[in-house]
Design a protein. Sequence first.
Length: 112
Amino acid sequence: MRPRGRPSKYRIVKIDPKISQFSPRGRPGRPDEIGLRIDEFEAIRLSDYLGMAQKEAAKSMRISQQTFSRILRKAHKLIAQAITTGSTIRIQGGQYIISSRQNSSIPNQINP
């Protein structure tokens, strides 16, 4: 059976996260885990950390502003869920290309 719908595009990511996991302190045992994709991490970095406007950040990732907004909203929800439930946040996965060049048409690396 073939996958339905339109295939998702690769998102352009400028940096690979330095760490891949956040764990809460003060919670005994192994807490639940929330998965944050690399493109969601990049949306948080561009919008919240660097303070870019959504339109500018979407252009940087080479996606539409609506798609960027949807990714950012999902990332905010996942982070809020992890904080309120004391879950570990694991950053990995997604369809993205790491590109340190501004207007590069050839990606440095592909990570499916």
